[in-house]
Ligand binder design. Structure first.
Ligand SMILES: [Zn+2]
Length: 124
């Protein structure tokens, strides 16, 4: 496996609240994405030399790249609704999934909520 140097952010937040990969968006400010940490507009850099990435239009914040990876990971888990646990070959498939700002879960702040067939949640 080859390694690469991280330049900027791998993912940007679009106007609908979804994380987008660099290959999903147009180049430059036309990507219409922002940093999920600081809200700064992002520029999609898709040149011929460096690995394609998002960069802050202005000054970079220090934790945007980590926040972008975290939010994208949560989105993938929620979208796929399946996990392969260590030591198992087959994935567990969940009935539904949601990100925490869509859920009421007293005393907890989950990254993502996965519901099995027997689980129910209280509504507010
Ligand atoms: Zn930022």
């Amino acid at each position: 496996m080859s390694e690469r140097t991280l330049h900027g952010l791998d993912f940007g937040l679009d106007h609908t609240g979804r994380m987008r990969g660099i290959d999903e968006v147009e180049q430059g400010l036309a990507c219409k994405c922002e940093c999920p940490e600081c809200g700064s507009p992002l520029v999609a850099r898709k040149g011929a030399v460096r690995v394609h990435h998002f960069a802050h239009q202005g000054e970079s914040c220090t934790t945007g790249a980590e926040t972008a990876l975290h939010r994208m990971a949560k989105q993938i888990v929620a979208d796929k609704r399946r996990l392969v646990e260590p030591g198992r070959d087959t994935p567990t498939v969940f009935r539904d999934a949601a990100l925490p700002d869509e859920m009421y879960w007293p005393g907890r702040r989950p990254d993502v909520v996965l519901l099995t067939e027997s689980m129910t949640l209280q509504s507010r």
